[in-house]
Design a protein around this ligand. Structure first.
Ligand code: DGL
Length: 277
């Protein structure tokens, strides 16, 4: 296929800003591709919402990205991956856009786990929605039934980060609270998954509190590696992807708000456009 026929882009979806931590790793590892980021900032957070609502909102955003020439769409949001991915993959996509593909962030993260733990006791941290869905536990049980999983919802972490308070002394209380809740549930844990796109921004504080033998698993690099492998295995998708090193940012809320808050997550200044779904 010659270059001119490569017109598709990689769509990266998140409920708001958190997926920017995943996009950043995609662009580090695979800078040549064209990306479209869509943050549903008007309806964020997803982490506290029901299955039905997360599914409906995610589907609307996936349809939008599909119409924006995205051949491959990544749900760079754990909550959407937990509550909407399977239904969209199995029910909606084959009818609406049979040529397109959609991937999430939970499966690639889980695939790495066996090598990250010696004790085979793993902790999962996530939004209330991700933890309630039990998606991590179900996936881990399928792949690695010998691993014991304990989890902990961290409902205050996303608001702390989005309010740029994650480096403040006030944040220490909630970082400590959820980590000790988790460790009190199972003292053999030696690996902890940061199962929410925002949590890498708390990494410094988390590392400071956790004993040094505990492995902290942050998703960005893992998901980027998994995307690279996927593209190698799927030339029928890869050959359609444009390679102009471009990235467009869209939000369902005010673009000015998006540009300002995106600076918490990205080191570069970006341009963004507001779109309605
Ligand atoms: N991006 C979401 C996740 O990874 C967290 C933010 C939200 O609650 O919408 O789970």
């Amino acid at each position: 296929m010659h270059k001119g026929s490569r017109i598709s882009r990689i769509g990266v979806f998140d409920s708001g800003y958190g997926g920017l931590t995943i996009l950043e790793e995609f662009r580090k590892k695979l800078p040549e591709y064209d990306y479209v980021y869509l943050g549903d900032n008007a309806r964020t957070p997803y982490g506290t919402r029901s299955f039905e609502v997360v599914y409906q909102y995610t589907l609307e955003c996936v349809k939008k990205l599909a119409k924006m020439d995205c051949e491959l769409i990544i749900l760079a949001c754990n909550t959407a991956s937990a509550k909407a991915l399977r239904t969209i993959q199995q029910k909606d996509l084959p009818i609406l856009f049979p040529q397109k593909r959609i991937l999430g962030v939970i499966r690639p993260t889980v695939e790495q786990l066996d090598t990250c733990t010696q004790s085979k006791h793993v902790g999962i941290l996530g939004t209330e929605g991700t933890i309630q869905s039990q998606s991590y536990t179900i996936e881990i049980n399928k792949l690695y039934p010998h691993i014991t999983v304990v989890d902990q919802a961290c409902p205050m972490w996303v608001p702390l980060i989005e309010n740029n308070e994650h480096e403040s002394d006030g944040a220490d209380f909630f970082v400590h609270k959820y980590l000790s809740n988790l460790l009190n549930k199972d003292k053999f844990i030696d690996a902890i998954v940061l199962g929410c796109t925002h949590y890498p921004l708390l990494l410094k504080k988390i590392k400071h509190i956790l004993p040094s033998h505990i492995n902290i698993i942050s998703q960005g690099e893992i998901v980027a590696q998994s995307l690279e492998n996927y593209l190698l295995r799927h030339p029928e998708i890869e050959t359609k992807l444009a390679k102009n090193h471009q990235c467009m940012f869209y939000t369902t809320e005010s673009e000015l708000k998006f540009i300002s808050s995106a600076s918490i997550f990205l080191k570069e200044t970006i341009k963004a456009e507001r779109i309605s779904l």
